[in-house]
Write a protein that binds this ligand. Structure first.
Ligand code: ATP
Length: 453
């Protein structure tokens, strides 16, 4: 695809997200809040499906990982100890012509001269560090002692609570603590739709181990995380693994891989998988004076565990799911003429709505009653959507556009009007092949459930 085609594709995706209720600009009626987004009805379902699946495979399916739900407001000393207060910065420059604030490492360049990407101006200030953390005030007094931060990552509460979690869960090394939650960064240039936001969610795992296990576990978690993206339907060919060179890694990291995805706006990071050694726990031991260590029953030694951290972005993964799913093909309209069909090819596991239910005609009471019965039958198993409005082809098209993998139509055969043998059967339509098969209503929960788990 050319750059122009990619830009057009991204425009179509952004417009579909708004039109169908996946993602809205936050505070839109007041002109929008830059870098902040609200998820609409379908976006919320998609995001929840992603988070639930991550939680399922990372925590519930394993004996060696437990969960945590830490607070967003963070004690300044935590972030001083972790290094965020002093070094969580991006280099910033100002354009003196149009007054834009820009990230120094994202400037446009023409004939070797740095330029403002907004106005083309070359009169730029020197780069200076800009701390990305949001600071707030706790309580009524406004003195420096009342400063608190909105956490810039979820990980720090895991390190700070390491001892408490260890004591209550009585896990043996290696074991992990997982968390899904909001994080905040005052990004200088939020851009590329939700990709770089100021408020976002992370899914992070801190997997604690003995020092000699670190490098093997780094390789293990990289493999697991790639498998995860494949399981949620992201094409392997659009995923890339970047082995971050030593000079670009955090100084304490012995190995870091970035998992990148080919977005229409370029190849960008989805997740970082990093072997962080014992840096974070040691920092908190120094700053708090508390013993954040582990007692090995067998060797009778105390040690500060090392940690491997797979850190994924919820919003970036949602965006990758949407970009990966977006497709256009052709399908016959009501009169059999081929028209362009927009179809979101979400993996059924991730699709916001799993099955749409259509009575063939809205004004035939027995069809409607039967369709409502099917809805009640499927509802405890999955998110379903009932739609009786418009021609059946149009109803299919509306569901294709939001990626609903299955459609069930209740017709006169269902009522037994075309032969007793077809009574209580429906057509089950597959979104991708558009093929329809006749199945018994009683088989629907099992048939569909087996494909969405
Ligand atoms: P980048 O280099 O793109 O700013 P990062 O390397 O600073 O990202 P990490 O600190 O490793 O990111 O955070 C882990 C994950 O959190 C990222 O891989 C990404 O998925 C997510 N994330 C980080 N910053 C943002 C943001 N501003 N908006 C959305 N997601 C983010």
């Amino acid at each position: 695809m050319t750059g122009k085609e990619n830009a057009q594709r991204m425009e179509k995706i952004v417009s579909l997200c708004k039109r169908r209720g996946f993602i809205f600009q936050s505070s839109e009626i007041y002109g929008g809040l830059n870098g902040v987004w609200d998820y609409g009805p379908l976006g919320t379902e998609l995001k929840n499906n992603l988070k639930q699946y991550w939680w399922q495979v990372t925590v519930r399916d394993r004996d060696d990982v437990v969960g945590l739900d830490g607070a967003i407001l963070t004690h300044p000393t935590v972030l001083k100890a972790s290094g965020h207060v002093d070094t969580f910065t991006d280099p910033m420059v100002d354009c003196r012509t149009c007054k834009a604030r820009l990230r120094a490492d994202q400037l446009a360049e023409k004939n070797g001269v740095k330029q403002c990407p907004n106005c083309g101006g070359k009169d730029l200030t020197e780069a200076r560090p800009f701390n990305l953390m949001f600071q707030t005030q706790m309580g009524a007094s406004a003195d420096p002692a009342s400063i608190a931060y909105l956490r810039p990552e979820t990980a720090q509460s895991i390190f700070v609570q390491f001892k408490n979690v260890l004591d209550v869960s009585r896990k043996k090394l290696p074991f992990g603590i997982a968390q899904i939650g909001k994080a905040f960064r005052n990004e200088i240039n939020p851009r590329n739709f939700t990709f770089r936001s100021r408020e976002f969610e992370q899914m992070e795992l801190e997997y604690f181990c003995r020092p000699e296990q670190g490098m093997d576990l780094l390789a293990y978690w990289l493999k697991e995380r790639i498998k995860f993206y494949e399981e949620i339907g992201i094409s392997r060919k659009r995923l890339h693994i970047l082995d971050v060179p030593e000079k670009e890694r955090a100084f304490y990291s012995k190995g870091t891989f970035d998992i990148e995805y080919e977005f229409p706006f370029g190849r960008q990071e989805l997740e970082g998988v990093a072997y962080r050694t014992d840096y974070d726990l040691q920092q908190h031991i120094k700053a708090s004076g508390k013993q954040l260590d582990y007692f090995d029953e067998e060797s009778k030694e105390r040690l500060v565990p090392h940690v491997v951290e797979p850190s994924a972005g919820v919003d970036r993964t949602v965006l990758a799911l949407i970009c990966d799913a977006y497709d256009e093909d052709t399908a016959p309209d009501e009169k059999g003429k081929l028209e362009t069909r927009i179809v979101m090819r979400f993996h059924p596991r991730m699709a916001p709505i799993k099955c749409a239910i259509f009575p063939l005609l809205r004004n035939k009471e027995p069809l409607v009653a039967k369709a409502r019965e099917v809805q009640a039958l499927l509802r405890p198993h999955m998110n379903v959507f009932y739609d009786e409005g418009g021609a059946i082809g149009r109803r299919y098209r509306r569901q294709d556009e939001i990626g609903t993998p299955f459609g069930v139509t209740i017709d006169f055969e269902t009522l037994g009007e075309k032969g007793e043998e077809l009574r209580d059967t429906v057509t089950l339509r597959d979104r991708d092949s558009m093929k329809q098969e006749r199945v018994a209503i009683k088989d629907l929960p099992h048939l569909i459930s087996s494909k969405i788990r």
